[in-house]
Design a protein around this ligand. Structure first.
Ligand SMILES: Cc1cc2nc3c(=O)[nH]c(=O)nc-3n(C[C@H](O)[C@H](O)[C@H](O)COP(=O)(O)O)c2cc1C
Ligand SMILES: [Fe+2]
Ligand SMILES: [Fe+2]
Length: 402
């Protein structure tokens, strides 16, 4: 496995092959926690790994340099997938100074006992010389947490970009030219949708700030390192941060006895017009992370639930909670569902959700008492067709070619 980014800079991270659940986000095939070692007159370790992998990280560092020769440990992000092994690393590297921004120091103190650590707080624009190389720090608040920061080495035109541009991709390949670009972008997109979607504005600000830097290598904290196709991931991020619409419609639903499901099938059938990809997504047959990934560029959504105990079904509630947090933008849709005796119970709940997430509601709810008959199903098909036309309009209006 090739682990050298450039002369004197090495990947010393770990591959978490068995990761399938990243705090609720269903990961398809593992991930990596990337840490990097910069060997110069002084030695710097950039970020660490999840706590259980601390020994593996230290072994990899030791293969390059004795641990008492580590002078700096840079913490770009206090989240535990990157900072979890810090206590072990700081204990094992007696001469190391921890380098982080002020917010990061505060947050680390709320995670660990840092009283015995030497800490050097750096500001945005601050720098540390390693001898022939310089570490420059650019704070990027809310990409992904308040303390988030990136580290730049101008001499190598190399950026350690932290969570930004990362992917949950477990592979022995370390670089973007060793894996098909589509496969990387697919995972980067899933990661963006599930982790970074709420932070579109700070991400765009960070990309603007980084655009001024000459960049040959961009090394994120998860997945493969960008040395060939960085422009592709930046272009993709620009589209994702604005939820740029594609001609897609999602019909997302749950159902107990298949009445709502019959309505959903009729809606998706109607939505399958020329030029539109229409997708039916049962909430208990598809991971929430996949649904959100599909939603990123789907401008139109029909959301369905029967009434269960005067409420929507639990997974529908869970999706609404997840989306209130992720704040997808530029969406339109409507609600549909079957009920027994409390006609508006689910519809009212979803109306509040649509308002909270600022979805454009394109029609009144499609509601049916118990099992839908032909007339109801025809209305569903018609509603699906209209929703697909709306998706086409939105995609055309957003197409940069227009
Ligand atoms: C466990 C359970 C709870 C229900 N609670 C309600 C309710 O509170 N109000 C209501 O209008 N209907 C209620 N119903 C009736 C369903 O909404 C009705 O059967 C509907 O047609 C189910 O749609 P589905 O086939 O998509 O699951 C309940 C049904 C079940 C099985
Ligand atoms: Fe993070
Ligand atoms: Fe992370």
């Amino acid at each position: 496995m090739q682990t050298q980014l450039t002369k004197g800079i090495h990947w010393v991270g770990v591959i978490d092959w068995n990761l399938r659940d990243f705090h609720g986000y269903a990961v398809r095939g593992g991930s990596t926690y990337n840490a990097y070692l910069v060997l110069d007159e002084k030695t710097a370790l950039i970020d660490t790994v999840k706590a259980p992998f601390g020994s593996e990280l230290l072994d990899k560092v030791r293969a390059h340099v004795p641990l008492d020769r580590v002078d700096y440990v840079v913490c770009n992000h206090a989240e535990l997938d990157h900072a979890g092994a810090l206590p072990q690393v700081m204990a094992a590297c007696p001469n190391a100074t921890l380098v982080c921004d002020a917010k990061c120091k505060d947050e680390l103190a709320l995670h660990f006992d840092i009283s015995g650590w030497r800490v050097q707080v750096v500001d945005c624009g601050g720098a540390i010389s390693l001898g022939r190389r310089t570490l420059q720090f650019v704070t990027t608040p809310m990409v992904h947490w308040p303390e988030s920061m990136v580290t730049y080495i101008p001499e190598d035109r190399l950026l350690f970009s932290m969570d930004a541009f990362g992917q949950h991709l477990a592979t022995t390949a370390r670089f973007d030219d060793e894996v098909p670009l589509d496969a990387i972008l697919e995972e980067a997109r899933r990661y963006f949708a599930n982790i970074l979607m709420p932070f579109g504005r700070p991400i765009n600000r960070a990309i603007d700030a980084l655009a001024a830097l000459p960049l040959d290598i961009v090394a994120p904290s998860h997945g493969v390192i960008w040395r060939k196709n960085f422009a592709a991931i930046v272009a993709a991020y620009r589209a994702w941060t604005e939820c740029r619409p594609a001609p897609r419609v999602l019909v997302v639903y749950d159902s107990m006895w298949k009445s709502t499901e019959a309505m959903a099938r009729a809606i998706v059938e109607g939505a399958g017009i020329k030029g539109v990809e229409a997708k039916l997504l049962h909430l208990r047959q598809n991971a929430m992370a996949e649904i959100v990934n599909d939603l990123l560029d789907a401008p139109c959504v029909a959301l369905g639930s029967p009434v269960q105990n005067n409420m929507v079904m639990p997974q529908v509630g869970a999706l609404m909670t997840y989306l209130r947090g992720l704040k997808p933008t530029r969406k339109a849709g409507f609600f549909f569902g079957s009920y027994g005796w409390s006609r508006n119970a689910a519809a009212d709940e979803v109306a509040k959700f649509f308002e909270a997430v600022k979805f454009d509601v394109v029609r009144e709810p499609l509601l049916n008492q118990f099992v839908p008959k032909a007339e109801c199903l025809e209305a569903c098909r018609e509603a699906g067709r209209a929703l697909a036309e709306e998706a086409l309009r939105r995609a055309k209006a957003a197409d940069p070619a227009n």
